[in-house]
Write a protein that binds this ligand. Sequence first.
Ligand code: NI
Length: 226
Amino acid sequence: MLLAIPDLLTAEQVLQARQLLDSTQWVDGRVTAGHQSSRTKDNLQLPEGHPVANQLGEMILEALGGNALFISAALPQRVFPPLFNRYQGGQSFGTHVDNSIRQITGTPHRIRTDLSATLFFANPDEYDGGELVVEDTYGTHSVKLPAGHMILYPATSLHNVRPITRGARVASFFWIQSMVRDDGQRALLFDLDMAIQRLNRDLPDHPSAVQFTGVYHNLLRQWAEV
Ligand code: NI
């Protein structure tokens, strides 16, 4: 399932982040690439643990924690500390798959990457090219969202970032370990949750709402690892 999370960050948060990101030193993005993806990766990144990355990462984690759509869709167990990248001057990232397990640098913790996320910090009119292209069983999806919006997609998918032909694309990217490992099961729970919310809104106090909520939780109980 591909899902856009609109307005994860406010306009003021995006502006503050851009001021920090536009005035800092970036390094070659191959530092976090695995062996296979390092051959197709050509971008810039903030080093892991960079003070700007830490500061903005905390802001992002707080926004995620308060975002009902993200929580319903991702059922997050752990979120990797957000990383930041920048593409400019023809840079791109060829088709690759993200590493399945990632060590959180400087800690003994690892996460299984069930979902990948890209949070945009540049608006589409600031650059040409730079689309995130995700392949899934329904075909190929090209994604370019306004600043402050985020795309969630299964980390199992092949994906690439198209070459930048004008301007710069600045984004944060990270991974989520979900309580529900399987993308299909997670998508069913998300659909059910959305339907329950609509039922509660349109027919308040309808007795079926309690039954459906029971089904939701009993499925979650069967499928979740916590
Ligand atoms: Ni990737």
